[in-house]
Design a protein around this ligand. Sequence first.
Ligand code: IMP
Length: 207
Amino acid sequence: MSIQLPKQILVATRNKGKLAELLRIFQEEIPGIELLTLDDYPDSAEVDETGDTFEANSLLKAEAAYALSGLASLADDSGLVVDALGGAPGVHSARYSGKGDAGNIERVLRELRELEAVSEVARTARFVTVATYIDGDGTIVMRGELEGVILPAPRGEGGFGYDPIFQPLGSHLSLAEMEAEEKDAISHRGRALRLLAPEVGLRFRHS
Ligand code: IMP
């Protein structure tokens, strides 16, 4: 008689906004899998994000979670890439100002204003998520992007991070003005996870 293993994935983030989205989207895409979080591993150390790409940092986080738990693990490295700022804040999005989300938003808006004072500046930008999944069979990596523009001032109360200053192309709302499901349907994170989920589902079916 074969023993059915519990279907568990450790979701490797401590960012509350990101975690809520990851859990919501993944549960919808592959229901029936138990999602654990780093709260289930309170003594785990912060991972040093020493990579200079989203791919490298996503892999570092997924590998650390897998080494810690021995469970299938899922990590997300993400950020905002602003063209006029040469791709900043990019992989440094979480700590761009050292003063939390409001400080980060302020710094991006200030830097764009400083550029605009000397010349016309395109406000194009994109959000990027690289999602990495690791289990005993190997690693799966998927990237999702969302194109948009940086608004002149924050708008809306929803979401997290830079959502209040980001308006997706084709929308008249900032990400922070959208319902959660509306953001999930178009977001960089939604895109990456919807590419990843079927592959993960296959792994579990064959295990
Ligand atoms: P990470 O934990 O190094 O991946 O940092 C991601 C950072 O990028 C977050 O702390 C936010 O500042 C920003 N970020 C990532 N995804 C989003 C999003 O969906 N909306 C707004 N900001 C985001």
